[in-house]
Design a protein around this ligand. Structure first.
Ligand code: RAM
Length: 551
């Protein structure tokens, strides 16, 4: 009897113990999650609303020389639409004169007899002219057709304000009357857009003295881009995706530090991501806010996870908010521990270490091999995480990570650096790309001189994998700055982002390849985002390095 009681107690203890362990293993942040979620909620900014009315009517004109072959030409004032029956002017495009994110409202007025039937109108909102002029169907994009901002409304009741329920982003609204009763008449009476953002222009840093007109124009567009993406999180794009991605957060944060300086938004995003991490402690690459905050389950990108650590460090340096940094330290440490598992015995990062290669973002460019880049990015993250560790008094980790970074650097020089050609090679075929050099420079695999040589070599090559998205261009400019190619940094920034300004950008684009304006990671450029967070970093460069960009 006594024995069986003991066995019972021992079994119970074991079960409880196993339960506790399982719980601990089951959810890495079990005890912190709720508190983090609350802190994220407490840092949620309010949205400022601004009402805009259209500046006039425009017409699409096909033009070989225009961006994606289409440009808008002003035609008539709004009265030309408001003054006539919609049946007489069944198709028109209105121009709001600027990029906006928010809600569109219109009012139709009965002008003859009584509304006796519903009417049907299609509204299509666009960030750039080609969106209104490219056939949408049969749809060939790889992302949902529903991202396209065309809404067909069946309107049962007019003579009142009607708001399209969906949040929209863009500048141009096309209105097409699809059907109406012959027994009464009506016209468009008014329309307006209630734009929203959490960014406040009042807190903007002024531009450094000496900025050229070109730099001023680039800076203005970059600020508008960030402004539009600053909602209740740093969104990646207000037209498409509309969510928080780590890679975008990091670049928006850098731009915000040098412009609006609204650090609470960064704090909210860091906490939100932490509170929604996977149970094994790895961060999700992106999260949604509504209806309740949740991650895109299963979406992990190891480069983004490591970038989180750098974002946390930058946040700490900008704010001295040690409480937050201490709180989230465990997340940063976990991302490094995860990344370490992908190192071979030779200290080379192997994305396919556990089977299928894991997802790494870096750029949208077909055929680009990411293996040299992730080696560099991990070293860069280790160095930045060591700085974070130092600031938080975690000397042991700082020491261990710096040592690991040094070993990985050595390994990279041995296995990836082709001294003869002066470039870093990537993957089994020894691919040469801009980004492999960029990440070797940012991680000090290459010293300043070697970095200059590597970049100058790829700049002069014809068949080389060059960046496809502004996200990758950001790191290219940073690498040029770091290795002392200052003129190159300035010229490339002016050429690339200035190129978008010249092509009529109100806000900077998700993807831009001057050689191929139809480039789209989604097989259909209409669903590219044309106000994209990761393109806003010229403000950061211009403000941080005025001696390079403003003299
Ligand atoms: C796209 C978006 C976003 C980016 C991810 C990886 O969906 O452009 O900004 O972070 O890809």
């Amino acid at each position: 009897m006594k024995l069986s009681y003991k066995i019972f107690c021992a079994t119970l203890a074991l079960l409880c113990g196993v339960g506790a362990m399982a719980q601990q293993q089951g959810d890495f942040y079990a005890s912190q999650r709720e508190g983090w979620a609350q802190k994220a909620e407490a840092s949620k900014p309010s949205l400022t609303k601004t009402v805009y009315r259209p500046v006039g009517l425009v017409e699409s004109v096909y033009d070989d020389a225009a961006f994606q072959n289409w440009r808008m030409v002003p035609t008539e004032p709004m009265e030309a639409l408001y003054g006539v029956s919609l049946k007489e002017k069944p198709v028109s495009i209105v121009d709001f004169g600027r990029h906006m994110t928010g809600y569109y409202t219109f009012r139709l007025k009965t002008t003859h007899r009584t509304q006796d039937a519903p009417m049907r109108i299609r509204f299509t909102f666009a960030e750039v002219p080609s969106e209104l002029n490219t056939p949408l169907d049969p749809y060939k994009g790889t992302l949902s057709r529903a991202w396209v901002q065309d809404e067909t409304l069946t309107i049962e009741q007019i003579d009142c304000d009607i708001t399209i329920p969906r949040r929209l982003a863009g500048r141009y609204m096309k209105i097409e009357l699809l059907g109406a009763s012959p027994d009464f008449d009506f016209r468009m009476e008014d329309m307006w857009f209630t734009a929203q953002s959490s960014a406040d222009h009042a807190t903007l840093l002024p531009l450094p003295e000496g900025a050229s007109e070109e730099i001023k124009a680039i800076s203005e567009v970059a600020i508008e881009t960030l402004h539009e993406c600053m909602q209740t999180v740093y969104e990646d794009g207000p037209k498409r995706d509309m969510r928080l991605w780590i890679g975008d957060l990091y670049l928006e944060q850098l731009a915000n530090i040098y412009s609006f300086r609204q650090h609470d938004l960064t704090k909210r995003c860091l906490y939100l991501l932490a509170s929604l991490a996977a149970e094994d402690g790895r961060l999700h690459a992106n999260v949604f806010e509504r209806p309740e905050p949740h991650p895109q389950y299963g979406s992990h990108a190891l480069d983004y996870s490591l970038i989180y650590n750098v974002a946390l460090l930058e946040y700490l340096k900008a704010t001295n908010d040690y409480e937050t940094a201490r709180d989230l330290w465990v997340v940063a440490k976990r991302q490094i521990d995860d990344a370490k598992g992908y190192l071979t015995e030779d200290y080379i990062f192997d994305a396919a270490r556990y089977g299928e290669p894991i997802w790494l973002v870096f750029d949208w460019r077909d055929g680009y091999d990411r293996s040299a880049s992730i080696q560099g990015l991990m070293i860069w993250a280790l160095e930045n995480s060591s700085e974070l560790a130092d600031m938080l008094g975690n000397a042991a980790e700082a020491k261990e990570w710096r040592k690991l970074a040094a070993t990985m650097r050595k390994a990279a020089r041995k296995h990836l650096y082709d001294k003869k050609q002066g470039v870093v090679l990537s993957g089994p075929d020894g691919q040469i790309s801009y980004l492999s050099q960029v990440w070797a420079i940012l991680s000090d695999i290459l010293n300043e001189k070697e970095g200059q040589r590597a970049l100058n070599t790829v700049f002069a090559m014809d068949n080389v994998i060059y960046p496809g998205a502004p996200y990758a261009y950001h790191y290219l400019i940073e690498a040029c700055v770091k290795c002392g190619l200052h003129e190159e940094a300035r010229n490339r920034l002016v050429e690339y982002w200035g190129g978008m300004v010249e092509r009529g950008a109100d806000t900077f684009w998700e993807v831009y390849d001057p050689e191929n304006e139809a480039l789209s990671p989604y097989n259909f450029f209409v669903i590219n985002s044309y106000c994209h967070a990761w393109s806003c970093t010229p403000i950061y460069f211009i403000q941080k390095y005025p001696q390079i960009f403003c003299e």
